[in-house]
Structure formats: C-alpha cells, structure tokens
Ligand binder design. Structure first.
Ligand code: 6MZ
Length: 348
C-alpha cells in the first residue's frame, strides 16, 4: 500500500482542530453565497483572501483570515452548518476520535455565548455515530482579555452541569494570537478551570517567549501543550523547559503545516517533532486549521512520515499512543484504545 493510501486508511485521532480554521473551500463558498443572498455586497475581496489556499501566510495574515471567517459565521445558522461540515470532513478522513475546539462568541442581536455553545454541542450530539466520537474544548482567546476568559469559564461550567451536555465538554483551550496579550495573566482562570474538573490544552511557545513559556509550564496546570515550537533546547527553548514538560508528562500537539506555513518554524527539517519523537515523549499529529492551511490529518501524517522517515509501524504507534493524550475519562479511553487496536490490526 502506498504511503498516501496508508495514511488515509489509518484510524486517526485529532486533538487540535479549531472549528473556524477548519472550514473547507466548499463551506466557505456556501457561506459567501448565503451572505450575498442576505444582500451583503462587500464580500468578493474577502472571499479571495480566504480562498487563497496553500499560500504561506504570516501569523498576522492568518488572524486577518480568521476575522473574515468570523464575519461569515456570525449567526447560528452558519454555526450549525460549519460544525456539521467540519465534523463530516474529519469522518471522511477516517478520524475516529475528534476533540474540536472553538471560541464562544457574542454577537449582539445574533447570538450569546450560551447559544453558541449550545448550537455546537447540539450538532456534535447529532453527528456522533458509530464511526466517530467527538468532544468539545471551549477556547479562550488571549487577545480578548481576562474578563472574557472568566465569562467563557462561567458559561462552560453551566453546560458541563447539564445532564444533556456534560459529557461532551472535555476541557478548555487557550489560543489566539500569541503576539497579543500575556498568558501569565490567565493563570487564575486556568487554576479555577482545573478545580472545576476541566483539562487544559494551552497554546504555549508557538512563538519565542521565554518568560511566558516558563511561567505557564511551571504552573503545572497544563494538560497538553499546543505547538510548543520553542520549548525544546534544540529549537530555541531551554533544558529547564524540556525538563518541566517531561516531569509533568505533558503531551505536545504537533501542527506541522500550520507552523511552516505561518512561518513560526523555519522549515520542516527544523521541526521540533523529531526531537520529542526520538526521545519517546508523547506527541500527537494534528491539523490546527485544516482549511486555512489547506491540509488534512492524513496529509499531516504523510508529510511527517516522509520527512522523518517514519515506518508504517511508527505511524500506527502514533495513532494508538494518541489515545493516552485524549481528555476522555479512563473507561472511555480504554474503549477507544480497543477500537483503535482492532482497526490498526488490519493495517499492520
Ligand atoms: C493561535 C489560533 C491558531 O475558535 O473561531 N487559532 N490561535 N495560534 C494559531 N495558529 C495558527 N489557529 C487558530 O477558531 C478560530 C480561532 O482559533 C484560534 C484563534 O483564536 C482563531 O480566531 P474558532 O472556532
């Protein structure tokens, strides 16, 4: 079996996918059509920007794209559509378990954070079938300030305590433009979230920021690191950071296309994946924003295998080990591991 087919056939686990960043061209075109029907006329330029797929974009440009995508998804009907489309595309790519993350938004007259979360959770409930399990992480955008983060935590707790939804929310994510705001300011929110039983996936060291990275790692609150490009001492980080990640056994969510295309990592041969992998530290291959970076989880696996000379067995191992980094409770993890083992058996 050639590598491309093999990567597509792998039963995969996706742990770092931002909802709005995951929108495919087809979905964006549908949203644009809906906006035009509404009579919104100033869209063609934005569409061109959004659809410039495969192009490298600086982080600053990525955040401009998110702003445009957020304008296209500023209502509950669009939110339903995108959640459903993104989930189905992950199913299509043979993703067995998906932890989707999104930032609940308030748009006056159109949606509250409560309605945002409820809509996403409802679609997740509808789309969960035998071939996929889905959980939700609510994202805190570090550019929106600490008050907004507290508010997101408040609403998250509200939904965690509802019988209908409580098992679907598995954690909190902190993301947003890493060049804006200071993660250290969010430590009290992280502490409160942990006390409330939420696991924490935090974007750490996506760009070089020694003070912030050390402070957050030392807090011992982080359950998974997003990106972590500047943690390893061979990639601009320090031995102290590596020791913290290892001592706290914090798995690292690896998003290669995102890092290369946004220019936060110079080239794939410099990517930190290789160091953690060689040292046997838990790493999970993820897409980050499959739409914005024009990729898929299968393609991320393929690229990783080609660059770092991974065998089919290595790839199976990466899929299986990802189970231990999920935010599922132990019994559900065991179930998932069994399913993954069965499916992988046919491939080995
Ligand atoms: C940091 C990112 C990101 O929440 O509207 N996001 N944050 N670094 C990245 N690397 C490229 N990619 C996406 O999805 C879009 C939001 O996810 C975060 C940003 O806050 C972005 O606005 P949602 O569904």
């Amino acid at each position: 079996m050639d590598l491309k087919t093999f990567c597509r056939s792998l039963p995969k686990i996706e742990l770092h996918a931002h909802l709005t960043g995951s929108l495919s061209d087809a979905t964006v075109l549908r949203l644009l059509h809906a906006k035009r029907q509404e009579g919104v006329v100033d869209l063609p330029d934005s569409a061109e920007v959004v659809l410039k797929r495969g192009h490298n974009r600086t982080l600053k440009e990525c955040f401009e794209v998110f702003r445009i995508l957020h304008c296209l998804t500023d209502n509950l009907v669009a939110l339903r559509t995108i959640t459903r489309d993104v989930i189905r595309e992950f199913v299509e790519d043979n993703v067995q378990y998906l932890e989707l993350r999104t930032t609940p938004k308030v748009i006056i007259g159109k949606m509250t954070k409560e309605q945002y979360i409820e809509t996403v959770l409802d679609v997740i409930g509808e789309e969960m079938k035998a071939n996929i399990t889905i959980r939700l992480l609510l994202s805190v955008d570090r550019a929106r300030g600490v008050d907004d983060a507290w508010d997101t935590l408040r609403v998250t707790k509200q939904y965690m305590s509802q019988e209908k939804y409580k098992n679907l929310i598995c954690g909190l994510d902190i993301s947003g433009n890493p060049n804006v705001g200071d993660l250290c300011d969010y430590i009290p929110v992280l502490e409160a979230a942990r006390k409330d039983g939420l696991k924490l996936a935090v974007h750490v060291a996506e760009v070089l920021n020694e003070k912030e990275t050390l402070h957050v790692l030392k807090s011992g609150l982080v359950s998974r690191v997003g990106h972590g490009s500047y943690i390893h001492h061979k990639c601009g980080g320090t031995h102290e950071m590596v020791n913290l990640v290892k001592n706290f056994s914090i798995p690292i969510e690896i998003c290669i296309s995102s890092n290369i295309k946004s220019g936060t990592v110079k080239s794939i041969s410099d990517h930190h994946f290789q160091h953690w992998w060689k040292e046997g530290h838990p790493v999970i291959i993820c897409t980050d924003d499959k739409g914005v970076f024009n990729t898929s989880l299968s393609e991320e696996f393929q690229m990783c295998a080609e660059t770092f000379k991974l065998t089919h067995d290595d790839l199976c191992e990466l899929c299986l080990c990802a189970v231990d980094s999920t935010f599922l409770p132990r019994n559900e993890r065991d179930e998932l591991r069994k399913t993954m083992q069965q499916k992988l058996q046919h491939l080995r």
